[in-house]
Design a protein around this ligand. Structure first.
Ligand SMILES: [Zn+2]
Length: 352
């Protein structure tokens, strides 16, 4: 992977303003990573190249129509509808290519830091158009690794953001009215994460658990990202919160919750030096149950003894994951083998 120049990572001043409460006028038009709020984001930004991205790199030349500067940006995965781009199976030469696409990558103009006002630059435009064709031809084959895909990205209100920065604006606007809504901060974090910006994602996830310590999905995402940059103690802290919070978390379906718990346990297995340390992570979660006077995980040691765990196969952790779900286990189908890992993230796993 190409090295990322941290000085070129665009940051929205409004994100900093909304979290710190500082007036937007006090914040530089082009903030740098040293200004990111929270305790993790700057460390994540410094090691961003170590973190697995949701989508492959997909760089193209774009021109900012605000300042006229042309540069290469990582568009992430480009989604498009063939009907809007191709008419009667031929190129619609009148169609501006960028007006009918949506891109997951998070980027801002490296010159003026504005976002969303883009034109396809003449330079290198053939590679973009070729990619669109490849996406059309390989719709179901996924030959291009998801760089160009047929489909639509839709937000909760039905709107279709063209750029990741549009989704960001959508959530920041909602958060201005509901700053204590951890779920909205979590969605903003996911938008940054999918946009290839785990540093900004960390800012949003950290704010999410600050305003709502019960936001399980943000704890999972923090644990997952921090484990990738070897911040093990911090990762374990957040992953254990996932175990503790699971039985009361209602925003995920039971199968999705079990998938997230399974991945959480797998990350803890990967982080732990040995079985003893892994068990100690679970014991720490158990203590909290006892304090709540309704223990769910009555005797984790005995349960674990009955389960054969293969660290290379996360599914062997699934029965253990169910131990942390409490009554929500009853919502699971008896046919447990067919659940897919929809909410969890595939990440590079460290080998020990
Ligand atoms: Zn610009």
């Amino acid at each position: 992977m190409a090295k990322t120049d941290n000085n070129k990572l665009g940051i929205n001043p409004r994100l900093i303003s909304q979290i710190t409460g500082r007036d937007l006028a006090e914040i530089p038009v082009k903030p740098d990573i040293s200004m990111l709020p929270g305790s993790y984001a700057r460390k994540v930004a410094r090691r961003i190249n170590k973190i697995a991205m949701e989508f492959p790199e997909n760089k193209h030349y774009l021109t900012c129509t605000i300042c006229g500067h042309t540069a290469r940006y990582n568009l992430g995965s480009v989604f498009f509808e063939p009907g809007a781009v191709f008419k009667d199976k031929v190129f619609d030469s009148d169609t501006s290519w960028l007006t009918n696409i949506q891109a997951t990558g998070y980027f801002r103009c490296i010159n003026c830091n504005s976002a969303g006002a883009w034109e396809l630059a003449q330079k290198g435009s053939h590679s973009f158009i070729f990619g669109m064709f490849a996406g059309l031809m390989n719709n179901y084959a996924d030959i291009n690794g998801g760089s160009f895909q047929i489909g639509v990205i839709q937000l909760a209100d039905g709107s279709r953001p063209r750029w990741s920065t549009d989704s960001e604006e959508y959530y920041l606007k909602k958060l201005a009215d509901h700053p204590q809504d951890g779920y909205l901060w979590d969605r903003l974090g996911n938008c940054y994460y999918k946009g290839g910006r785990p540093d900004l994602a960390t800012v949003a996830y950290e704010q999410s658990v600050k305003v709502d310590p019960g936001q399980l999905e943000s704890h999972f995402s923090l644990g997952s990202i921090l484990s990738e940059i070897d911040m093990d103690a911090e990762a374990v802290h957040h992953l254990r919160q996932v175990l503790i919070l699971a039985r009361r978390y209602e925003k995920l379906s039971a199968p999705a919750l079990r998938d997230m718990l399974t991945e959480t346990l797998h990350l803890l297995v990967m982080i732990s030096k040995d079985e003893g340390e892994f068990l100690s992570f679970l014991h720490a979660a158990e203590e909290v149950y006892w304090r709540e006077d309704k223990p769910v995980l009555r005797n984790p040691v005995i349960k674990i003894m009955d389960i054969s765990i293969d660290s290379s196969d996360p599914l062997t952790l699934r029965p253990l994951a169910e131990c942390f779900m409490g009554k929500r286990c009853r919502e699971l189908n008896s046919d447990t083998g067919k659940s897919r890992q929809t909410k969890t993230r595939r990440r590079k796993k460290r080998k020990r």
